[in-house]
Structure formats: C-alpha cells, structure tokens
Design a protein around this ligand. Sequence first.
Ligand SMILES: Cc1cc2nc3c(=O)[nH]c(=O)nc-3n(C[C@H](O)[C@H](O)[C@H](O)COP(=O)(O)OP(=O)(O)OC[C@H]3O[C@@H](n4cnc5c(N)ncnc54)[C@H](O)[C@@H]3O)c2cc1C
Length: 414
Amino acid sequence: MRCDVIVLGAGMVGVSAALALQARGRSVVLIDRRPAAEETSYGNAGLIQREGVVPYGFPRQWSKIVRAALNLNPQSNLHWRALPWLAPFLYRYWRYGTPERIEATARAAKPLVERSIAEHEILLEAAGMMHAVRRTGYLKVYRSETGFAEELALDEQARRQWGIRSQATTASEIQALEPHLTGPFAGGILMPQPWSVEDPSVVGKAYAELFQRRGGAFVTADAATLQETADGWQVQRVEAPVTAPAVVIALGSWSNALLRRLGVRLPLFVKRGYHMHYRVLGNATLSRPVIDGENGYVLAAMTRGIRLTTGVEFARLDASPTPVQLGKVEPFARALFPLGDRADDKAWIGFRPCLPDMLPAIGEVPGRRGLWLDTAHHHLGFTLGPVSGRLLAEMMTGAEPFTDPAPYRVARFD
Ligand SMILES: Cc1cc2nc3c(=O)[nH]c(=O)nc-3n(C[C@H](O)[C@H](O)[C@H](O)COP(=O)(O)OP(=O)(O)OC[C@H]3O[C@@H](n4cnc5c(N)ncnc54)[C@H](O)[C@@H]3O)c2cc1C
C-alpha cells in the first residue's frame, strides 16, 4: 500500500492532520491501533477553547508549590515515586513559568488559538456535526472573595493583553445563566467565545469518517513498526506494509516511545486526567460547561450524563490509574450541582501530551527527511487539532503557512 503521507495516530490531532493533507491533494493513510478518538481525544471536557491563549504555567509561589507537592490541592496529584523520572521535566516546566516566558508562550499560541473555532467549524459542517455544538461559552465560578478577586485580576490582564472576551458575573447572574447551580457564589467569569461539544469522541470519529468518505484509508497497525527505508518510511501490517515518502507522528502522549527509537529527543511528559459521568437528580441541566475555579474540575453535560473532568496528575504514562482527585472533588461538585449516582463502572483516564513551554511541536525533524511531528497539544488538543493540521499541511505541501511556524519547531529544545 503506497501513499504520499502516512499519519500515525487517529486522535483529534492525527485525524485533523490527515484531513488537512487530503484537502491539499495528498493521498494519506491514517494509522492507529484502535478506532479513531478512543484515547485522550475520547474523554476530554469537549471545549474548543477560543480563549485558551495563556498557558497553564507551573506555580511560582512557594506556598502553592508546597501545597501541590504535598497533594493538598484537588487540582493536581503527584506520584512521588515517579519524581526521579519526572524531576527534569518539572524543572524545565518550572523554568517556563516566569511571567516573561508565559507571555512569550501566549504570544506564540495566539495565532493557533484564534483560528481554532474557524477551522473546527469547516470540519464540523462537512462532517454534519454542527448539531452537537453549543455556542454558550463556559462559566467559571468562585465561592470565596479572595479566589474571585485573584481571577478578576488575571482575567482583566488577559483581556487587555490578548483581547480575550469575558464577562464578570454576580451571584444572581450566575443563577440566571445556570439555574440548577447551588450558591452561594462570590462571583464568576463568563467566557462567551469558546464552543463546546456534547461528545468529543463522536466528533473525532465523524472527522475520521469524513476523511474516509473523501477517499482516505484508515488502517489498523502498530506505529512502533515504523522504519526508515531507502526512499521514505514504512509501517508493517499483516496484509501488506504501508509506504510513503513522508510520515507524520501524531501519537499524542505515545509519540515519545517511537521518537526515542528513531533517535529524536523531545522533552515530552504527560499530565494525566480523569473523568466520571453522573446521573442527574430531578430535571437539572447545564447549558454550558462550568468550571469550579477553586477546585479545578469541570462539569459538562454530555451524551452519557454530566461529565466531571479532573485537573492534572503528574505521573508516568504507564503507571496504574490513581483517580484520587475524583474522590476529592466529588463533594464540591455535588454541592455545586445536583449530581446523582456515578454512571461509569470506573474512572476514565487520559494523557495530555506536554512540552515544558506548553506549545505543540509541529514541523519536520531537522536532518530527517520526511519525518514530521504534530504532537504535544497539552490541555488544548481538541481545540487545536484542526488548526495545527492546517499549518502542518501548509508546511508539508510548500504553501504559505498562515502563521510563522517557528515557535512550534521540533528542535527548539536542543
Ligand atoms: C481530563 C482532560 C480534559 C481535557 N479537556 C480538554 C478540552 O476541553 N479541550 C481541549 O482542547 N483539550 C482538552 N484536553 C486535552 C486533549 O484531550 C488532548 O490534548 C488531545 O486529546 C490530544 O489529542 P491527540 O490526538 O494528540 O492524542 P490522542 O487522542 O491520545 O491520540 C493518540 C492516538 O495514538 C494512538 N496510538 C498510540 N500508540 C500507538 C501505536 N503504537 N500504534 C498505533 N496507534 C497508536 C492511540 O490509539 C490514539 O488514538 C483534555 C485532556 C484531559 C485528559
């Protein structure tokens, strides 16, 4: 089986890359070991974060670092036994947490983030998925005056510097927007720009079907069998190998295992996260995702019920799941919204693929002809999949890139 480009990984990032290359006339074979959008692109909060310019930086105040290290905040959980392995990554992540570096990341992220909805909209329309979209933004709520005041200051800065639209809301405005939330509230922030979907995996699968309807091949194979050949790249399959002059690694958190074998170094680490669905008591509903600003979880109405997604867990990719954060935030969530029984047998786990500067890696590996990366979309892979695919395809086909790709180059950590 021969094609122009092999795309490895059929999460939101890989499927979007395959569609963008196909739209620019390339024959593409998309490869995954599982059906499309069944890993991290399956269980996220479903937000297309048009406001997500400023990255989640490593905390700089010692009091916050100590609380996080001791696992006292429900927002984060650290596997202490993984620390020897994690320490070099966390150190680099911490170094990127200065105000200057956060600003540099935000500046670099902005062109991608501001095109995120427009690029999704093209695919949502073509895939017949516009019905699954809510354009109601999201709401961040605060119980304490201190928490709310801190958020207001950050929000004001983001608004001034990055042109992000937001609206401070009073307790009564929160109740008017979401009547089934339980106060008291110090206040909230309504982010009107983001879109959200009722099932991110269904959207990913619809994009993969669109790719196939347009003539693309989606085959099952193990990306670990990728080999460089005299004239390109080859992936083994029982039926027949797939060969192409170019390959895109879009394996999310699994990118590194393959890259290491190919001799490419990328400081990729994972921020794990969990979700659980809940039944709803009575006729309660949510018309937009709600973030508990103080406890770092999201509640969103999904097809399976109310999905609670947790903050971050610093651990090895392959360590057994430890969904302790769910237990910690569940009482806060129950006090906020009338959640009924858990609707899943066990917590789902996902893996946010992260680089220390919280920017993705999009581009060709220097000195490795035909080896391309589209990975490390951290907290924003659902948001940035389509726009990253567009940029990658423009670079791969020699078109004028819509933005300068330099901030996302693969070798920026060398
Ligand atoms: C709790 C949580 C909430 C989140 N909420 C949001 C949100 O609201 N909005 C947002 O934008 N982002 C969100 N994210 C982040 C987002 O989900 C990820 O950034 C995104 O899913 C990454 O997509 P991906 O395609 O790179 O990786 P994945 O979706 O993980 O896909 C990687 C693919 O590679 C395949 N693969 C791996 N190894 C092999 C192999 N050896 N052979 C073949 N195939 C292989 C896998 O099967 C998988 O299909 C959230 C993440 C979490 C954990």
